[in-house]
Design a protein around this ligand. Structure first.
Ligand code: ADP
Ligand code: MG
Length: 623
């Protein structure tokens, strides 16, 4: 497990430029399908806010009415009856607004989560090697949650307060102009301060989210490697690692709180200071008979409302800006151009599947045989050079030339780290390689649609990790409609049926996280059964029997031999004895092919690498 400092904190852009703002706003495209709900909720919101203003000036009117100076010509009882009716209407509006808003925010954010997940899945392996999965999980969970809270509450409140602010201001400007000017003079000051604090809070919030993502990495890695954690008694180490990370989050959060607190203190001082000053001025006017008591009451109430609106606008503003940061990171992933198959290109692919089918048909006709697809085609590696994207300076394959004839079985041997698995990964197009070609009958495999290409291949990897469901789901992975018999037959061929039937739940036995409840050999046999069911054109076995004991290996090898018969296959063998029958053996050393031939040919080279490997293995077996 790498504990290097390579993690990306996403701290590259602390400022919100125009272009980024536009990027962040792309999140709104997720609102579009619910735009009518959104518009409806905004209308309800506007009506509700205006209603609120109407309600709030009724007590002042009532006071004037009591003193015989009412301007609506209503009795006191009428005014309060109206107030009660409006209150009920206001309550109903609130209810609908909350409901509508929930529909918009829940459904749109669910769609965003689904898209994000799908997008992340579609990214090439290199992306996952550069970022840790805990961090990605954090993007899909907490970043979206942050957005969700903005869409469900903050944004609405923000707009509501703006309406109240504007409406209230217009009201006091029309009723008590001179006093209104004094209270509005404080407004620009608050705006400027809000912008200043907002920028700072946004930076801190981003830092906090990144730090939280890092903490998630620790949790995720420890749980995934729980066995290693316990075996090496590193519970304390991991706890401390997590503790440090969480403490850092707390530190940043508290710093954010300090800034927010300062902002709140500032607002209270300015707002209430101004409020009391204005009330003082107003009292003088009442004393001089320039102002009615009802007008004064309304003025005080409205100044309070406007003040509260401004104060909350400030904090909502910082929250919205923080959410823009989260949205920026999400768009970052959504618009990552490296995806293997985005929605658009999947549609294209569907069309180009036809191309591959046509190709296969043409091939079939050429060979004049009824065997479909790639079974007639040879795969050729020509001068393939490759370095992993995470280590671009370290060449892993240095000019691989290889030919795999149709239906032939080719074996790759070589010491660990010589590049055998990498060859298989390139054939699966897990990575792009910079130089050379891999071709099927002269046609570059890169021009085939990725999904249909991978559909032709089945890989049984060195290290099998299963999904947490049942054995049945794991064997039938990718083909949910298979019959019970087909699954059992594949399990039987993979020599897995015996141990499966020994479990009380049989095929429905749950395998635990990543298959933790099964032995390595059992997992390999499930992977083999999966490959048997896929019935691929090309079979890739990467040390597929390495975790089996000699007896099971012999049985499984039998099954594999049957599976490979007449099927193009690449076998990476950990035991040379299993590849004696291979049509051709390639010996790799340090990313280059140093020898090739049949077992007999290679065995006859007295000081060849193949013989040396065989000798080493023989000695190891003895020891
Ligand atoms: P083999 O299967 O022959 O044991 P591999 O093909 O797995 O060897 O690895 C070849 C070389 O590539 C090794 O030096 C290994 O460290 C490196 N390598 C393998 N996988 C990755 C990866 N995902 N990122 C970076 N380097 C890798
Ligand atoms: Mg390997």
């Amino acid at each position: 497990m790498a504990r290097s400092k390579t993690e990306k904190t996403g701290n590259e852009r602390p400022k919100l430029s125009k272009a980024q703002l536009r990027r962040s706003l792309r999140i709104f495209s997720y609102i579009l399908p619910f735009k009518w709900y959104f518009i409806a909720s905004m209308i309800v919101l506007a009506v509700g806010s205006l209603l609120f203003l109407v309600i709030m000036q009724l007590p002042g009117e009532a006071l004037d009415t009591v003193q015989g100076k009412g301007s609506y010509g209503m009795t006191l009882n009428q005014i309060f009856s109206l107030l009660a009716i409006l209150l009920v209407a206001q309550a109903a509006l609130s209810f609908f607004r909350v409901r509508l808003q929930a529909i918009v925010s829940e459904k749109s954010m669910a769609a965003l989560r689904e898209d994000l997940f799908q997008k992340v899945l579609s990214l090439p392996l290199g992306f996952f090697e550069q970022r840790r999965s805990g961090e990605l999980i954090s993007r899909i969970t907490s970043d979206v949650t942050q957005l969700q809270s903005v869409f469900s509450i903050t944004l609405v409140e923000f707009i509501r307060q703006i309406i109240i602010f504007i409406g209230g201001t217009i009201y006091i400007l029309f009723t008590v102009f001179k006093l209104a000017l004094v209270s509005l003079a404080t407004f620009p000051l608050v705006i400027v301060m809000a912008l200043f604090f907002g920028r700072y809070v946004r930076k801190l919030t981003k830092e906090r989210q990144d730090q939280l993502a890092q903490s998630n990495v620790v949790v995720e890695e420890s749980f995934q490697n729980i066995m290693a954690v316990k075996a090496y008694t590193s519970e304390e180490f991991e706890s401390r690692r997590y503790g440090r990370s969480i403490q850092e989050t707390v530190r940043i959060s508290l710093k954010t709180a300090t800034v927010r607190g300062l902002f709140a203190a500032f607002l209270i001082t300015i707002m209430f200071g101004t409020l009391f000053f204005i009330i003082y001025r107003a009292m003088i006017q009442v004393q001089n008979g320039e102002l009615d008591a009802g007008e004064l009451l309304n003025f005080v109430v409205f100044t309070g409302i406007i003040g509260a609106a401004i104060a909350s606008l400030g904090s909502f503003y910082t929250e919205i800006v923080a959410a823009l940061g989260a949205s920026d990171r999400i768009v970052d992933i959504l618009e990552n151009p490296d995806s293997e198959s985005s929605f658009a290109s999947m549609v294209q692919e569907e069309q180009s599947v036809v191309k591959l089918k046509q190709y296969n048909q043409a091939e079939t006709q050429k060979a004049g045989s009824s065997i479909p697809n790639l079974k007639n085609a040879a795969i050729r590696f020509e001068d393939v050079h490759f370095a992993y994207p995470t280590r671009p300076d370290l060449p892993v394959l240095k000019g691989i030339d290889m030919e795999i004839k149709a239906g032939q079985q080719v074996a790759l041997v070589g010491s660990s780290g010589s590049g055998k698995s990498t060859i298989v990964k390139l054939l699966l197009r897990f990575y792009e390689f910079e130089q050379g070609t891999i071709a099927v009958d002269g046609e570059d495999i890169r021009q085939f649609p990725l999904r249909s290409w991978r559909d032709q291949l089945a890989l049984v990897p060195q290290e099998v990790l299963l999904f947490g469901g049942s054995i049945r789901e794991n064997i039938a992975y990718g083909q949910p409609d298979l019959s019970e018999e087909a699954i059992r037959e594949a399990a039987r061929q993979a020599n897995a049926l015996e141990f499966i039937d020994a479990f009380p739940d049989g095929l429905d036995t749950l395998v635990g996280d990543r298959g933790i409840k099964l032995s390595g050999g059992q997992r390999q046999r499930i992977a083999i059964a999966r490959a048997i069911l896929k019935d691929p054109q090309v079979l890739l076995l990467d040390e597929a029997t390495s975790s089996l004991d000699a007896e099971s290996e012999r049985l499984v090898q039998d099954a594999l031999n049957k599976l490979m018969a007449g099927r193009t296959s690449i076998v990476i063998a950990h035991r040379l004895s299993t590849i004696r029958e291979a049509d051709r053996i390639y010996v790799l050393e340090n990313g280059a092919i140093v020898e090739t031939g049949t077992h007999e040919e290679l065995a006859n080279k007295a000081d060849g690498t193949y013989n040396m490997l065989a000798k080493l293995q023989f000695e190891n077996a003895d020891a």
